[in-house]
Write a protein of this length. Structure first.
Length: 446
């Protein structure tokens, strides 16, 4: 009998609660550092966040409970595509001639084609319950904007998306997807906000950045009582919602009879890798799992590998609280590489803390290194990955090659956080030699 390559959970196996890693981190000597008010530099309290978020999400942001129940209406929507599959990449293993066992969790089966709806659904639900009419947000590659657009449609909310101008131009079908679900899309920076006008006055040809788009979205939310802001990464409650991915993956790895030696994912703000890895990290912190955690990122925006751990603004216009994270500086505008979802100047505070304390390691790859791995994966496994998870695939392949060279079997687990069906221009550019090898330069910060 052939070895199984799919490990599928039943609908009843869907997690009923999200996992909050902060208590485990505190017990391991890493208590969370509070966000600070930019004016007073005092810890931010719930009243400071009330103009942007509903009370339920604010309470989740500061919760010390290890488990938070998932509301029934959220579970009802999750069941449209969850649980998602875990695969063993047997064909990739054979192509690499490696003794390693390679597994990947596939989030490309969601309606938006990525992991992003896991939190978008929850945020839309809590905002609807709070009586909010409209949500504003930013999006880089368009995956988050797509997820929030469909989520607001499910719960009867309006949606305004500020899409980084470089991605707005590179990924027209993402814009069409967002508009199909009823949301308005504006290429950021725009002349419709004070933050956008300021940027355009300084640089009329600005390609935009997530930091700029966040400023615009926050400004609209802060100046309209019926509007709240919705964020797709970085904050604790966002990472919390994504842990359905890792909780499912834990059950599926039990089905394989193996434990991972490597847990790998890509990092922009941190939501996909945190949601995937935190349940496993909780086991590592408790001494139940001996695994290496690898966070991958683009060499053009290497926050974890080249950034500084410091308090910084989450946006370019300095409208957000100061948060402790690895950062390249909130004014940094990364090159318009195709991995748009990884072009953020900072990282989630909890993930940054885990890297700082040595529980995770970080690796940066150039566009061509990542796409080379993505092409090899597509041609062996039949799935075209999004530009973002090609970074994780690169690290997985590198570890599989090391396993081949040492002759030692390793179990490699990575998160394929979304498909690349809307990103074919990126693959066209790679296949025809048009992808520049863009790397971070210190002068970009000056």
């Amino acid at each position: 009998m052939a070895e199984p390559i799919q490990f599928n959970l039943k609908t009843d196996d869907l997690p009923a609660a999200w996992y909050n890693i902060l208590p485990a981190m505190a017990a391991a000597g890493m208590p969370p550092l509070p966000p600070l008010h930019p004016g007073t530099h005092q810890p931010v309290g719930p009243p400071d966040l009330a103009p942007l978020f509903p009370e339920a999400l604010i309470m989740q942001e500061v919760s010390t409970d290890p488990w938070i129940d998932i509301p029934g209406p959220v579970l009802d929507v999750y069941r449209l595509w969850r649980p998602t599959p875990l695969y063993r990449a047997r064909r990739l293993e054979q192509a690499l001639k490696t003794p390693a066992h390679i597994y990947f969790k596939y989030e490309g089966t969601s309606p938006a084609g990525s992991h992003k709806p896991n939190t978008a659904i929850a945020q839309a639900y809590y905002n609807k319950e709070a009586g909010i009419r409209r949500l504003t947000t930013e999006t880089g590659a368009g995956q988050w904007g797509s997820a929030l657009a469909l989520s607001t449609q499910f719960f009867g909310l309006d949606c305004l998306v500020f899409m980084v101008k470089a991605s707005y131009t590179q990924k027209p079908y993402r814009r069409v997807f967002i508009e199909t679900f009823g949301a308005e899309v504006r290429p950021s920076p725009t002349p419709t906000t004070q933050a956008g006008k300021k940027i355009l006055e300084q640089n009329p040809d600005s390609p935009g950045s997530l930091g700029i788009a966040i400023s615009e979205a926050v400004e609209v939310a802060a100046t309209n009582e019926d509007t709240n802001y919705s964020l797709g990464s970085v904050l604790n409650h966002v990472l919390l919602h994504q842990t359905v991915v890792g909780l499912e993956a834990q059950k599926q790895m039990e089905m394989t009879g193996e434990q991972p030696d490597f847990v790998i994912g890509c990092v922009g703000g941190g939501s996909n890798y945190a949601g995937f890895s935190y349940p496993f990290m909780g086991d590592k912190l408790a001494g139940k799992l001996d695994a290496t955690f690898i966070a991958t990122e683009p060499a053009a925006c290497p926050t974890l590998t080249r950034g500084e751990f410091a308090y910084d603004f989450g946006d370019t216009g300095e409208m957000t609280p100061l948060v402790p994270m690895y950062t390249l500086g909130h004014t940094f505008v990364p090159a318009p590489v195709h991995a748009g979802g990884l072009r953020y100047h900072g990282d989630a505070p909890s993930l940054s803390m885990l890297v700082k304390h040595g529980h995770m390691e970080a690796r940066a790859y150039t566009q061509n290194q990542a796409f080379e791995a993505g092409i090899q994966f597509a041609r062996t496994q039949g799935i075209i990955p999004g530009p973002e998870p090609t970074h994780a695939i690169r690290a997985a392949i590198d570890e599989a090659i090391k396993s081949r060279e040492s002759g030692e079997k390793k179990v490699i687990l990575f998160n394929l956080s979304g498909h690349g069906h809307f990103d074919m221009q990126a693959y066209d550019d790679y296949l025809h030699g048009r992808l520049p090898e863009v790397e971070f330069e210190e002068t970009a910060l000056k």
